[in-house]
Design a protein around this ligand. Structure first.
Ligand SMILES: [Zn+2]
Ligand SMILES: [Zn+2]
Length: 269
């Protein structure tokens, strides 16, 4: 099969390059049957360009949904940074993600280059990368408390720099234990995870999130997957999708979720 959807996309409303309508036109050109917008939720602790015009964003997406309803299903979603306290009303689906750790009353960003993450590890975790990983998965397990999420965003985003730098050993028993405990819990509470090619699109990695051992266990735990490219540029709407389908198959998945008429459903790979 070819996967013809993307529910993790960013536009000029936050840190994406393109206007929503241009992304829809590109999706139609690619033969997609659905596209969902997932602007970053506004936060008061981020220095990223973050969606701060939510009402206007919703109005525009819903009006485009009408305009293109004959050609493609358009969905209005939000990628909620776990600690951003925002209204979750008025969206058709929600992605729950972490880009910041809460350390006492500070929010510490880690969706960054390897040297910035190393500084976080040095400053907050006594230069012990495994303690950083443990803290990340402990906090990520709180996700269901912060919203009624449909999808867990980039589950092991802390491995973004895995091919460029050694921050902690992802092969170690400790690391895998921290990841798998949270994985099992979130499989039960939320159920759908994205297989996200965004780090490939941005030149950090050659493989999608999550790592193989996570996907294999996810399958065992009964988790479901969607494929996304965490798209910030319309030319990368289906970045590495074919390779990703082969990857998830090799991890044991025979089915992938798609959205149709507002509901998630499994289709055979
Ligand atoms: Zn994200
Ligand atoms: Zn994103």
């Amino acid at each position: 099969m070819t996967y013809k959807q993307n529910l993790h996309t960013h536009t000029v409303y936050c840190d994406g390059k393109d206007k929503p309508e241009d992304m829809i036109l590109k999706a139609i050109e690619l033969g997609f049957d659905a596209i969902g917008f997932s602007g970053h939720s506004p936060t008061n602790y981020s220095n990223l360009t973050i969606l701060d015009r939510t009402e206007e964003y919703k109005r525009e997406i819903y009006s485009l949904k009408e305009k293109y309803s004959e050609k493609i299903e358009v969905y209005c979603g939000l990628e909620i940074d776990m600690y951003s306290h925002v209204s979750q009303a008025g969206y058709e689906y929600l992605i729950g993600s972490m880009h910041y750790l809460k350390m006492n009353d500070r929010y510490v960003g880690f969706d960054c280059s390897a040297d910035v993450v190393q500084k976080v590890i040095d400053e907050y975790f006594n230069s012990n990368g495994l303690l950083f990983a443990k803290e990340y998965y402990n906090q990520l397990a709180l996700l269901p408390k912060y919203g009624n999420f449909d999808i867990v965003g980039h589950f092991d985003i802390i491995t973004k720099n895995i091919e460029k730098a050694f921050l902690f050993d992802t092969e170690s028993k400790e690391y895998q234990k921290y990841a798998l405990e949270t994985l099992e819990y979130l499989t039960d509470k939320i159920g759908i995870f994205e297989v996200n090619t965004g780090a490939i699109a941005r030149g950090y990695r050659t493989t999608p999130y999550p790592q193989r051992f996570i996907l294999e266990k996810m399958k065992e735990f009964g988790g479901k997957i969607i494929i996304t490219s965490d798209c910030h540029d319309k030319n990368l709407l289906d970045c590495n999708y074919n390779q990703t389908i082969e990857y998830v198959k090799s991890c044991g998945f025979s089915e992938v979720q798609i959205i149709r008429k507002g509901k998630f459903a499994g289709v055979k790979l």
